[in-house]
Design a protein around this ligand. Structure first.
Ligand code: UDP
Ligand code: MG
Length: 325
């Protein structure tokens, strides 16, 4: 029987065969320096490479490495969620497996935690080795989210953060399917603070967040925390109605007193009709984004399906094949 860990490090892994040994090495070095028991929860998010084999090898060598193995790819945010479900530490740290989040920052986080903060998020002061497009869209995204959502999510923070057991227990009860974990952690409240760090280059491999996934992630974040896009239809409706009312007055006035119509021809009509058609389709699409998500939530399927969970004690975790609702 292993000691109950004081710290849990949760790392979601999707095709990360090139980084796992190094991740284990660096995490061990940092965590051992704290002198308290810890565990490293590796979540295999349906990788197609040697990630699961390497995880098992690490577990053989070091039983503090524990494995949550998914039946398929469920996505980064769900993988993190599973890690939080299984982690048993008094403090839980979420970290990317690719070492873009430097493990030594955990020491600063632990320091803040010991000062009494319940959430310590890491703020990126600088990002290395990422394309200007990624940096630009990311920066735009964080600022947009900040403006239009009701929770104030600190700018330029990812999921790299430490959370107290109390916060993790609250998060574990929030079973929404379309998850934006950094928003959810801001939403729960508690005493929160930040530490600053430079985001490193990926240790090996490539990003698994192509533009398509980034867009979906952004939509999940916006729909999860804001009604503004839905209200847009109302605002646009009022604006266009007001515009047409003015136009109607102008038309009547010119017809009556000047004897001529100021708008000529089919082209004008066509442009107006197409414009309204476009606006209507866009607002329908926005409603669709919310509706699809509502449908997903209503179906109430498990958030993830496990193939196996290795290294956890019987009572510690949800059983294989089953998952918390
Ligand atoms: N990841 C995952 N499932 C996915 C995509 C990514 O578990 O479907 C993990 C990935 O292994 C990494 C972390 O999420 O540990 C962040 O992904 P990535 O480095 O590709 O994104 P980026 O840092 O480029 O935004
Ligand atoms: Mg990365």
């Amino acid at each position: 029987m292993t000691e109950r860990p004081r710290y849990s490090i949760v790392a979601p892994c999707y095709n990360e065969e090139g980084v796992l040994y190094e991740l284990h090495k660096r995490i061990s070095a940092v965590m051992d320096s704290l002198g308290e028991p810890w565990e490293l929860v590796l979540v295999n998010d349906g990788s197609h490479d040697r990630t699961p084999e390497i995880m098992r090898e690490l577990h053989q060598r070091d039983p503090r490495v524990k494995i949550v193995d998914f039946a398929r790819n469920f996505g980064h945010q769900i993988a993190v969620t599973a890690g939080l479900d299984f982690a048993r530490g008094d403090a839980v740290v979420i970290i990317d497996a690719d070492l873009q989040d430097p493990p030594q920052v955990i020491l600063d986080m632990v320091q803040k935690w010991k000062e009494g903060y319940e959430v310590v998020y890491a703020v990126r002061t600088h990002r290395k080795g990422e394309s200007w497009f990624k940096k630009f869209t990311a920066s735009l995204f964080y600022r947009l989210i900040y403006r239009i959502t009701d929770v104030k999510i600190p700018l330029d923070t990812g999921d790299f953060r430490l959370m107290d057991r109390r916060v993790v227990d609250v998060l574990r009860q929030m079973r929404e399917r379309h998850r934006f974990i950094r928003g959810m952690t801001s939403w729960v409240g508690f005493r929160q603070t930040g530490v600053y760090y430079v985001r490193e280059e990926r240790f090996a491999g490539q990003t698994h967040y192509p533009f398509r996934k980034m867009l979906k992630f952004a939509l999940d974040a916006i729909t999860g925390f804001s009604y503004l896009p839905l209200q847009l239809a109302t605002y646009l409706g009022f604006a266009i109605a007001a515009l047409s009312a003015v136009a109607a007055v102008v038309v009547i006035f010119t017809r009556l007193f000047m004897g001529a119509a100021p708008f000529y021809g089919q082209a004008t009509t066509l442009v107006c009709v197409l414009f309204i058609g476009g606006v209507q389709l866009i607002t329908l699409g926005i409603i669709g984004e919310y509706l699809g998500r509502i449908y997903d939530e209503v179906k109430g399927r498990p958030l993830y399906i496990l193939r196996e969970a290795i290294g956890f004690e019987e009572t510690q975790a949800p059983s294989v094949g089953q998952t918390a609702q």
